[in-house]
Design a protein around this ligand. Structure first.
Ligand SMILES: [Zn+2]
Length: 403
């Protein structure tokens, strides 16, 4: 898009989405990546311009070098609830994509491109609904804070920082003065409402050894051999965990998976280190740190090799349906006339909603597109759902004002 278009004319969700896809915001996700396609910097600048054109107060808050949350506030007419609408700015990397990641293409009802589904689509639908509130000033609408958070796909530092605005008095700013009454988080839910989901604790286990030349392996200690019984024990633990734990009615059972292994430097050297990366999904009611301790206790009993538990880089936090009931009822009432019958559900993946709910703010997840298309090599979104989601966000913000 160039400046030639009338910046005050309402932009359709699909036009906003096309612009967002053209601005790469790839999350390195712990890999050594640099360059213009990485991080949220350029999307942040675009968002600030978008909100400034709307004439609403907006702020970019840096959460790490070059990485900002963007906040904007629409002041509703009454003293009613404050709705937080959140969508993350980052996308996963583009390796192996079979469609052009940053050149949005429309085919039939689909728009292709990285982030189309997760979650620039949801963000575009929210931005269009937010702009419509500003433009139409509907009577009785809620006050709406729109947050566009950084780094959802990796360490969730964006939403963690966002929550500090209402949990840490020293951080209270002009746009967020009190905890929101309800948070609506955009992720691809196929226009269903996710009221509960699991969270993930991820950490490494490390074994160490003593390196030596592989022609005389008996002179060293092989860290990979030391890891072998740990992996076998973890496999057994994972199987028991899944089959023997009480499952959450909406989220299913807790799970554990070993997703990555690293060790050694070359085939002719006895390895002096080995690490495995563990993904432990927690269900509502489980503590993200206690689950690690349980794994350690189990392993210490099961194996007789020494190992080290490294600190988690993400601590599992699930979303419970305990306190979002009336809000999800209200949201469902807005969905039906726009998109037909939909439902409340629980899912296995995690979202920003759990970090917000952790602070006592009811939260739920709703957005266009299917999780099956998120992170895929030919990522796309349905344009019909995109428009429907925007309409639902708008109606919800209006209806929430009278709660
Ligand atoms: Zn997402």
């Amino acid at each position: 898009m160039t400046g030639s278009a009338d910046s005050r004319s309402p932009r359709a969700p699909r036009d906003i989405l096309a612009e967002l896809i053209r601005i790469p915001s790839v999350n390195p996700m712990g890999r050594d990546m640099t360059g213009p396609e990485t991080l949220e910097t350029r999307v942040t600048a675009w968002l600030m311009e978008y909100f400034q054109e709307l004439g609403v107060p907006a702020e970019a808050i840096e959460v790490a070098p070059g990485r900002c949350n963007v906040l904007a506030r629409y002041e509703g007419s009454g003293s009613g609830p404050v709705v937080l609408m959140d969508a993350h700015q980052d996308t996963v990397p583009v390796d192996g994509m079979t469609v052009s990641p940053f050149d949005p293409v429309i085919e039939g009802d689909r728009m292709y491109g990285r982030g189309s589904c997760d979650v620039k689509g949801g963000m575009a639908a929210m931005l269009a609904a937010f702009a419509r509130l500003v433009r139409e000033q509907p009577a009785g609408a809620a006050t709406v804070v729109m947050s566009c958070t950084a780094d959802e796909e990796s360490t969730v530092m964006g939403v963690s920082d966002l929550a500090r605005l209402w949990t840490d008095p020293a951080r209270a700013g002009s746009l967020v003065t009190t905890p929101p009454d309800i948070a609506l988080v955009a992720e691809p839910t196929d226009l269903d409402i996710v009221v509960a989901h699991r969270g993930a604790t991820r950490w490494k286990i490390r074994t160490t050894g003593r390196a030596c030349h592989s022609s005389r392996p008996d002179e060293g200690v092989n860290a990979i051999y030391n890891m072998a019984p740990i992996i076998s024990a973890l496999q057994k633990y994972a199987s028991q965990l899944q089959s023997e734990s009480a499952a959450h009615p909406l989220c299913g059972p807790p799970t554990l998976s070993v997703g990555r292994i690293e060790g050694g430097v070359s085939v002719n050297t006895v390895p002096d280190f080995c690490t495995v990366e563990i993904d432990r999904r927690v269900i509502p009611g489980e503590d993200g740190l206690a689950v690690m301790e349980a794994v350690e206790t189990y392993l210490r009993k099961q194996v007789d090799v020494d190992f080290e538990m490294l600190p988690p880089w993400i601590t599992g936090c699930s979303l419970s349906d305990d306190n979002n009931g009336r809000w999800s009822d209200l949201l469902l009432e807005q969905i039906t006339p726009v998109a037909g019958e939909h439902r409340k559900m629980g899912v296995a993946y995690g979202t920003n909603a759990s970090r917000i709910a952790e602070t006592g703010v009811p939260a739920m997840v709703f957005g266009p597109g299917s999780i099956n298309q998120a992170h895929t090599k030919d990522e796309w979104i349905s344009l019909t759902e995109l428009d429907q989601a925007s309409e639902v966000y708008y109606r919800f913000c209006v209806a929430a004002g009278s709660v």
